[in-house]
Write a protein that binds this ligand. Structure first.
Ligand SMILES: Nc1ncnc2c1ncn2[C@@H]1O[C@H](COP(=O)(O)OP(=O)(O)OP(=O)(O)O)[C@@H](O)[C@H]1O
Ligand SMILES: [Mg+2]
Length: 319
């Protein structure tokens, strides 16, 4: 995914940012408004629930900075968020951290539970959290450069090493949702777009795979589901740490798909070879990685159904 520019939204969106005597509250509101990337604001305009989240954000940031004794730090220089507010901060002892507050977002719901489960191995550590506010204080990766700086073949090796460490079985009682909840959510969204499907047979075949594949897995582990080079950062404690997991429980073969989609040129020009290489590195069944990749290419919801890239890929690797 490209790094988007960030034109700023007006502080006037937030009540309390009017002209007048400046105080701490107004300063926080201005600072928060100035840090909201354009694409976060654009994502919020899609739903009233997210607009309400955006409007409440300055007060939430102010409350969390007070509660956790945080001081804003120099802005993070690398990629910007799309579904959250992210701010570099320092804890009272001067230790660098990152404050992340997520907008309402189905896939993100168990991010804090996932970070607690993985407990820093190989993710960033969760330092504080408030589940009601969808807020986390995270260990800061420094320098925090993304894995995108390496070429894709080297990325394959780092990503597969991290995924194999992330895939751990869960205790019988846990809070995570099954992977089938994600595929069902996506399938329902895709079904609302039936009039715009470019190839009815192919999309229906993708929906069929979404429905059946979760139930034929031979093992269930905790998945990151969104592990790609943009969510792997250079750190000091380890060479690379994982951020931004969207945990679901299910088939490890699914977890190879997001990195593949982020290597889109290679995936489209040499799908079989690219899928085979990653499956071998992950030590998973190549056929299952191919089927998951097919189902996502054919039937995952998308804004632009006229874009041929993913349908052409789906056709090339269809079962
Ligand atoms: N723990 C961290 N240490 C250093 N930088 C971080 C950390 N967490 C987030 N960032 C920075 O903030 C950016 C966005 O974070 P993150 O990916 O968690 O947000 P997001 O809104 O879920 O993003 P998206 O949905 O676009 O992947 C990262 O690309 C990184 O530059
Ligand atoms: Mg991310």
């Amino acid at each position: 995914m490209p790094c988007h520019g960030s034109t700023r939204i007006s502080p006037g969106l937030f009540s309390g940012a009017q002209d007048g005597p400046r105080n701490n509250a107004a300063a926080t509101i201005d600072a928060v408004a100035n840090r909201i990337p354009d694409r976060v604001a654009a994502n919020c305009r899609k739903s009233p629930e997210r607009m309400a989240w955006l409007e409440g954000l300055p007060a939430v940031v102010q409350e969390l900075e007070r509660r956790w004794g945080l001081t804003p730090d120099a802005p993070l220089s690398d990629e910007e968020p799309s579904c959250s507010y992210v701010e570099a901060v320092r804890r009272p002892d001067g230790i660098p951290a990152v404050l992340k507050i997520s907008m309402p977002h189905m896939e993100q719901e168990h991010e804090t539970d996932g970070l607690r489960f993985w407990n820093g191995d190989p993710t960033v550590r969760l330092l504080e959290s408030d589940d009601n506010l969808r807020a986390m204080l995270l260990e800061r990766c420094q320098p925090g450069t993304t894995l995108r700086v390496l070429d894709e073949c080297e990325q394959d090796i780092v990503i597969s090493g991290l995924l194999r460490r992330l895939w751990r079985p869960l205790p019988t009682l846990h809070r995570f949702r099954p992977l089938s909840a994600l595929t069902e959510y996506w399938s329902n969204e895709t079904l609302t777009e039936v009039a715009r499907w470019p190839d009815d047979g192919l999309v229906r075949e993708g929906l069929r795979v979404f429905k059946e594949l979760p139930y034929t897995a031979t093992r269930d582990v905790l998945l990151a589901t969104d592990l790609h080079a943009g969510n792997v950062l250079r750190a000091e404690r380890e060479p690379w740490l994982v951020i931004d997991p969207k945990p679901f429980v299910g088939d490890p073969a699914y977890d190879g798909t997001q990195h593949l989609f982020n290597c889109s040129a290679r995936l489209q020009s040499h799908p079989d070879r690219t899928i085979r290489r990653l499956a071998d590195l992950l030590d998973i069944e190549c056929e299952r990685l191919r089927l998951w990749t097919f189902a996502r290419a054919a039937a995952e919801p998308r804004e632009d159904w006229s874009n041929r890239e993913w349908m052409d890929l789906a056709r090339a690797i269809a079962p």
